[in-house]
Structures are given as C-alpha cells and as structure tokens.
Design a protein around this ligand. Structure first.
Ligand SMILES: [Zn+2]
Length: 461
C-alpha cells in the first residue's frame, strides 16, 4: 500500500498548518490551522478543507495550527481531534476567543459598511468553536494510541507552548514512522522544557520559521531590570503589550526572578487580559509539564506559590478594575494583550500611557509590518487609538529574545539527536527564504534528503 503525504498549509509559508496522511483506507489530518498575515493568504481560509479525514491530530493550541477546526466541523467533520490534555484546554480558550472576535469583526464591518462582501461573514462563530471542541480527545504525552485501524500516534513534548507536541505517527504494517515536528521549542529557556530528543523517524516534517537566523543572545535579566528600574526612577509605568498565550508566563517568570534577586523593587504587576487570565490558570495547573526548574521545586505548595507569581501580582478580573489600573499614575508594570497592539485591553492602557514621557512601552514579541505595535516600535510620533490621535512621548523599548521558536542553530542541535538520517525531511512552516537557507544547511552539514513541499503537492512513498 502506498503512503501519501499532502500539505494543505504551511507549505512554503509560515501559517495554515495542515498535513494529510493517507494510507490504505486511513486518512489523518495533522493540524488544521488558520492562514494569517497578508490578505492573499487569509483568503485561503475560505477554501474547502480536506473533509475526508477520519480523525485529526493536533500538535498545539496556536491558531495557525488549530484555528480552522471550527470550520472543519461546520463543514461536516465528525471524527476525533487527538491532542495532549493541556492542548485541549488551551484550544478551548483560543477558539472561543477567535470565534467571538470573528463575529465582532463581521458585525463591525457590516455596521460601518467597509466590506465588499455583503454581508460580511465570520470565518466561524463562537458556537462553531464550541461544537468543534467537543471532538477533542486528550491523550497524555508518551502514550501510543490508535487513530485509525492502521495508524497510531504518540505525543512528545516539543517545549514550544504548554501542551505542545511532536506527533510520532506510526504506520503499523509498513513499520514506518512519520514525525510531525509541529513547532519546535528552544533550549535552556525558563518556563518550558527543552524539546524532547528524537533518535529516529523515516519521514520528518520540520518547521523552518527561523531557518536563516539566530535569536539575539545576551543577559535577559540585566536588560529587563534596567528597563524596569529606569522607568521606576522616573516615576512611570511599564506597559507591556503581550501575546496572551505563553508569553505572559515567561514575563512573570522574569519579573519574579528579578524581584527575588532584589534587582528591581517590588512593584505592583497587573495582568489585564481575559484570555491571558484563563491561560495563566492552565499553566499553574500543569506545573509538572513545565521546565524542571519549575516542576522540581520542592513541594507542591511551594510550586503553586512561586510559579508565575510576583510579590504584588494582581490578575485583573473586571472592567472596572482595568479602568482603575488605566487611570493610576503610580509606578507599576502592566501586561496586557494584544501583543502587537492591534486590539484588546492594551489599547486602553496605551492611550493613557503613551503621551507621558515618564512611562515605558516594552515590546516583547515579533511585530508584523502594518501593525500599530510595529509603528510605535519603529519610532512613530503618534498613533490613532479608538478614533483619537495619541502623541507618543513615552519611551519605547523592545526585547526580541523571547521567541518560542527554535532558531537555526537550535534546529540543527535538535536534528543532531537523530542516530540515522530520515529517508526524507520535509521543511514546512517557514517563508521561502529561511526555508531554502535551512534546506541548504541540512544538506551541507548532515547530507540528508530534504524537500520543501508546495501547497497541495502529493508526496507518495
Ligand atoms: Zn506555535
């Protein structure tokens, strides 16, 4: 019987991960992610999905991996969605939020008439999201479970996000193994463990987001403490726009660390994002899946008290409380979403903090071209928020080392765990430039056979 692999997304692009495995009568879809970014890509989210899949395997809860599951279900998929328990919980949070935003965006577009689609429709609704998550089938790490009569899956910790996994897919009769790398985490970072070493696979699907670069290195603690201390000495606030999923936890780790080492004063720290609040409670409930530094703290009580905590941490619960934090002029640290300042509560904070030179806006994640975050980071003198032009007098800092994706050297380090070369390595989840650079490097340094599949290209083995 032949084995066929087809990528319907993340093929010579970063987003939209969707890979179909066909063997005999079995059809398994690995990830069902949204395309994000440029409009030409986003329009692909409306195309029909590979509906004939029996079941889905989900590597992790980022939208570019899980974000079209509600559409798949809306279009008739009734199988199961296998993933780790933490991925199941985070996916519920992420999809509900995405469905709500889709509905709000469509409603606003119709109300303001700025759409050529009449009427503008949401990609999916919150109700679609709720239906999709009923199909989630949690399976713990390192347990082999059948996903069809001929195919099994086992999840290995990828160290990229709470619950993130490599999916080791085995075709039983052929005794072939396909390792879907999902997204690859990093080495030696706090919060998440290093990616699990894998010694062999016949076919490897590997991300290549940072295939042509290395993350800035340097002393994160020293840099962050300088930014916080400088702002405190000016009597200002530090506002950090942050991605709600994963990044908040790393920030809390660092702030808690700096406090414990007395490198910064004990300042009030506010987390103001409804989604970040839910995600944080998932991280706290699953400390044993995180970095050994956290999971091996002496006792459970100690872990719960110490993990993701600072001496004056407050997770904002209500809009009223959020407004009080916005109005306050006292020194404090505010962490709020969205990470690129394109929407969410952080806009209310920015509106009030940007005009005042005592304050600091600190960017800790990638800022895409065309976003408000990118404009502010690049030195804009003003920005329009909620219909009002806001002058920017606050200090603007950025910190690029907190990426959750392995860089080129980390990818090579992980590949060196293989004791025999895969028969075929498929690079996915990257722009053409980084992907081709990484392909050349793997061919040169490891002499492996590497392909970069195109959208819809069928690879038969
Ligand atoms: Zn990811």
């Amino acid at each position: 019987m032949s084995l066929t692999l087809t990528s319907f997304g993340a093929a010579r692009t970063v987003t939209g991960s969707k890979h179909l495995v066909e063997y005999g009568k079995s059809k398994i879809l690995v990830d069902c992610g949204q395309f994000q970014g440029l409009k030409a890509l986003r329009e692909r989210n409306w195309q029909p999905l590979p509906l004939n899949a029996d079941n889905v395997i989900l590597t992790h809860a980022h939208l570019d991996h899980c974000g079209l599951l509600p559409r798949l279900v809306q279009q008739g998929f009734r199988g199961r969605i296998f993933c780790t328990p933490a991925t199941a919980e985070l996916t519920k949070i992420v999809l509900a939020d995405a469905g709500r935003l889709q509905e709000e965006d469509a409603e606003r577009a119709n109300r303001k008439g700025y759409t050529r689609h009449k009427p503008a429709l949401p990609l999916f609704t919150e109700a679609d999201a709720a239906r999709a998550v009923t199909l989630l089938q949690p399976v713990g790490y390192n347990r082999v479970v059948p996903v069809s009569p001929e195919i099994t899956v086992e999840f290995l910790n990828a160290g990229h996000l709470l619950g993130s996994a490599f999916a080791r897919v085995r075709i039983d009769n052929e005794q072939k193994t396909i390792l879907f790398g999902g997204d690859l985490g990093r080495y030696g970072r706090p919060v998440l463990p290093d990616p699990t070493a894998v010694a062999e696979a016949d076919i490897l699907f590997l991300e290549s987001t940072y295939g042509d670069r290395t993350h800035e290195s340097g002393d994160d603690a020293a840099r962050l403490s300088k930014i916080i201390n400088d702002t405190y000495n000016r009597g200002g606030k530090v506002v950090i726009p942050s991605f709600a999923l994963g990044r908040v936890e790393e920030l809390l780790y660092w702030i808690g660390y700096l406090e414990a080492k007395a490198m910064i004063p004990e300042l009030p720290v506010y987390i103001d994002s409804p989604m970040a609040r839910e995600v944080l409670s998932e991280y706290r409930a699953r400390l044993n899946e995180l970095d050994p530094e956290i999971s091996e703290m002496a006792s459970r009580t100690e872990r719960e008290a110490m993990a993701f905590s600072t001496s004056r941490l407050r997770v904002v619960a209500t809009v009223k409380e959020s407004m009080e934090v916005q109005e306050s002029k006292k020194p404090m640290i505010v962490i709020s979403a969205s990470g690129m300042a394109t929407g969410g509560r952080v806009l209310h904070h920015l509106r009030r903090t940007l005009p005042d030179p005592h304050n600091t806006i600190l960017f800790v994640g990638y800022q895409s071209v065309g976003t408000r975050g990118r404009d502010i980071r690049d030195g804009a003198k003003s920005t329009r928020i909620h219909g009002e032009d806001i002058t920017i007098n606050a200090r603007v800092e950025s910190f690029d080392s907190m990426s959750a994706h392995a860089d080129a050297n980390e990818i090579m380090r992980w590949l060196k765990n293989f004791t025999r070369p895969p028969q075929l390595t498929c690079l996915v989840h990257g722009e053409a430039g980084p992907m081709d650079t990484l392909k050349a490097r793997i061919e040169r340094e490891l002499q492996w056979t590497v392909k970069t599949p195109n959208q819809g290209e069928r690879i038969t083995l």
